[in-house]
Design a protein around this ligand. Structure first.
Ligand code: B12
Length: 302
């Protein structure tokens, strides 16, 4: 992964090369507003990476040179056996291949929720099964999570930043739950839906949740439960937490393979696709402006 640098901005020439178009076509698309650009102090046009990705996804462009977007090429292209190939790449600890698979699938208009539900979770499930008896199974699990945690920020760089007035979602895993990826994915899925997110991460005490809720005033709180013992410990405290959040109109979402039985007021969400739906509902209800209407930050001289 070392050779590729994720660019913050692309020149019109690089975006034209990436999608196999001529520079004059790209200039026309800039002029008709399909691609939004910034001007450097020197008057050069620059395209933020997330804007380039939005343009590619919206207008169904095929990407011939993903390397220009900081993404390794994926010779296979998007395919229905993505989870199997992801499993092989994870087992081999091949971070560039994992990056290539997931980022190219996103460019081909997959949502982050689809990547999580249809590729990442099935690959990890398979990885957890055969390896559970093998001596090096635990090594492969740690290594796979490490690879995915390297790739998640690179996927995040492809997503348009949220509007400053977008609703905020906050969450994590309860005390004693060491699982990192579920909350990372929840945050990524909600960011893809347009929300601002704060991920408190694994092993988060109830007091920290309360403090963070007071500080950030979220509209949605998620609790990712993957550890049976941690879920059993937090279960008796859920009714109070749910009542407090409900009184402020905050949606409380419980997800994860170990989510305990829940009292009314807590929404059980089984898939990341369902979480994305919730996120989009919140964006619509909030009246937050379309994030594409937001002016972009200046890229500085260049
Ligand atoms: C990586 C891993 C670990 C790593 C975690 C590293 C880390 N820091 O994150 C380590 C090595 C620490 C670990 C430890 C253990 N693990 Co482990 N682990 C896994 C593995 C391979 C992947 C877990 C993961 O991150 N999955 C990613 C999540 C997102 O996928 P998912 O859990 O399938 O989630 C789905 C839904 O629940 C939902 N979802 C999940 N979270 C959320 C959150 C929200 C908000 C929403 C809306 C939805 C949602 O989305 C997915 C479906 O689309 C799983 C295998 C598997 N099937 O997942 C085993 C697995 C979970 N582990 C297992 C076991 C047994 C253990 C240990 C007990 C092993 C041991 N003997 O020590 C310990 C227990 C640790 C503990 N304190 O609880 C078992 C659990 C069996 C069971 N009874 O449930 C599994 C299933 C493996 C297996 N087949 O046996 N593990």
């Amino acid at each position: 992964m070392a050779a590729l640098v994720t660019p913050k901005f692309l020149s019109p020439r690089d975006l034209a090369l990436a999608v196999g178009a001529s520079e004059s076509s790209l200039k026309r698309w800039i002029d008709d507003g399909r691609v939004r650009v910034l001007r450097t102090a020197g008057g050069h046009r620059r395209i933020p990476l997330a804007e380039a990705v939005r343009f590619i996804r919206k207008y169904h462009h095929q990407v011939l040179r993903p390397d220009l977007l900081g993404i390794p090429a994926d010779a296979h292209g998007p395919d229905p056996h993505g989870a199997d190939r992801l499993l092989r790449a994870l087992t081999a600890g091949d971070a560039p291949a994992v990056h290539a698979l997931l980022a190219n699938a996103y460019l081909a208009r997959g949502s982050v929720a689809e990547l999580a539900d249809a590729m990442i979770c099935p690959a990890l499930c398979q990885l957890g099964e055969p390896w559970s008896d093998a001596d090096d199974g635990i090594v492969i699990e740690h290594q796979s999570i490490d690879v995915l945690l390297q790739v998640v920020p690179r996927l995040r760089a492809l997503i348009a930043p949220p509007n400053p007035d977008a609703p905020l979602a906050l969450g994590g895993a309860p005390s004693g739950d060491p699982y990192l990826l579920p909350s990372q994915l929840a945050a990524l899925v909600l960011a893809d839906a347009g929300l601002r997110t704060v991920n408190l991460g694994p092993d988060t005490p109830c007091s920290t949740f309360s403090c963070a809720i007071g500080r950030h005033q979220p509209r949605l709180v998620w609790l990712a439960c993957s550890s049976e013992s941690a879920a059993a410990q937090i279960a008796p405290r859920l009714p109070d937490l749910a009542a407090g959040l409900a009184s402020s109109g905050v949606r409380f979402v419980l997800g994860g393979r170990a989510m305990p039985a829940t009292p009314p007021g807590i929404e059980r969400v089984a898939t990341f696709a369902a979480l994305a739906d919730l996120g989009r509902d919140l964006i619509q209800a909030s009246g937050s402006r379309d994030r594409l209407d937001e002016p972009e930050r200046d890229p500085g001289p260049g």
